[in-house]
Design a binder for this molecule. Structure first.
Ligand SMILES: NC(=O)c1ccc[n+]([C@@H]2O[C@H](COP(=O)([O-])OP(=O)(O)OC[C@H]3O[C@@H](n4cnc5c(N)ncnc54)[C@H](OP(=O)(O)O)[C@@H]3O)[C@@H](O)[C@H]2O)c1
Length: 272
């Protein structure tokens, strides 16, 4: 029984790989650059491009469960070939599928809905690791500059997202479910800054930007306009699902979700 993990070099995928390996499963990791990727011992590495179905034959051979990302490419373009991937998975004998998605669907989700595969939609709120974007300014100047200091999110640790996906890949009973994932608490932007400061033993200054200043800053950093609009919209008006703490991580994995203080302690060196 081989489990295929796509996005295996990514923020969540690499935790899924570790989780499955530690639990003793046979894991095959897909990457576009097998020569560059490094995985735990025992992981079978396979080359392939998710957006090019004809490169995926070897990856799916003998696979019974697969974790899928729903984009293909560094610009996160939605996968155009979802139906072909689902057909390939069915022919290979796949039974369980997890999909990590954002707000928008690709062609993958409708193709899975139309199939007889047991698939689980993993829908995390804000990843704790997003806040590594503050690391350069904290190291250089001891400051975080953001808009919406009082906006709250129930952000989630990437290892908890992975633990939920890994469970759904190896256990029955998760097919047809949508799992919105949050951490254990709602935190304001100011709270997040304070908690990182506590982890590095240093007070971090918080400079609240106006939305207009934030737009200019993100544009100067080279962020695409679409992403800038998305960030301002989401943090100016955080969706209910991202703000309401839920118990899915605990219910699915049997473990309480990790706190942001734990994440900050694990990642303190990035901010020092
Ligand atoms: N950040 C958040 O707060 C947040 C919240 C909710 C949902 N999400 C969703 O989470 C997803 C991003 O997950 P992540 O942060 O774990 O990803 P990530 O760290 O950005 O990693 C991207 C991964 O995708 C792989 N990849 C990209 N194009 C590929 C292709 N054509 N073929 C095969 N592999 C390809 C890369 O592998 P190689 O380079 O090795 O090929 C890499 O492993 C997005 O769907 C996003 O919408 C994010």
């Amino acid at each position: 029984m081989t489990i295929l993990v796509t996005g295996a070099t990514g923020t969540v995928g690499r935790h899924i790989v570790s989780h499955l390996v530690e639990a003793g499963h046979a894991v095959r990791a897909l990457t576009r650059n097998p020569g560059k990727a490094s995985f735990p011992e025992g992981v079978e590495v396979v080359g392939g491009d998710l957006a090019a179905t004809d490169t995926l034959q070897a990856a799916f051979e003998g696979v019974t469960a697969v974790h899928l990302i729903n984009f293909g490419g560094d610009d996160y373009a939605p996968l155009p070939n979802g139906k072909e991937i689902v057909d390939l998975a069915r022919k290979a004998g796949v039974r369980r599928v997890t999909v990590l998605g954002g707000w928008d669907e690709s062609t993958l989700e409708p193709a899975l809905r139309d199939s007889d595969l047991a698939w689980t939609h993993i829908r995390p709120t804000e990843f704790m690791s997003n806040l590594l974007k503050w690391a350069d300014d904290v190291r250089a100047e001891g400051v975080v500059r953001e808009p919406f200091g009082e906006a709250t999110t129930a952000l989630v640790h990437e290892a908890d997202i992975a633990a939920v996906a890994a469970t759904a890949l190896v256990e029955d009973g998760h097919g047809g479910k949508v799992y919105p994932l949050t951490g254990p608490e709602r935190l304001t932007t100011r709270d997040k800054v304070r908690i990182i400061g506590a982890a590095i033993g240093k007070e971090i200054e918080f400079v609240e930007l106006t939305p207009e200043q934030a737009r200019e800053r993100m544009a100067a950093q080279g962020m695409p306009q679409e992403l800038i609009d998305f960030m301002i919209e989401v943090f100016g008006n955080v969706p209910e699902e991202a703000n309401r703490v839920n118990s899915v991580v605990l219910d699915v994995t049997g473990h309480a979700p990790r706190t942001f203080a734990q994440w900050a302690a694990e990642n303190a060196d990035s901010f020092r």
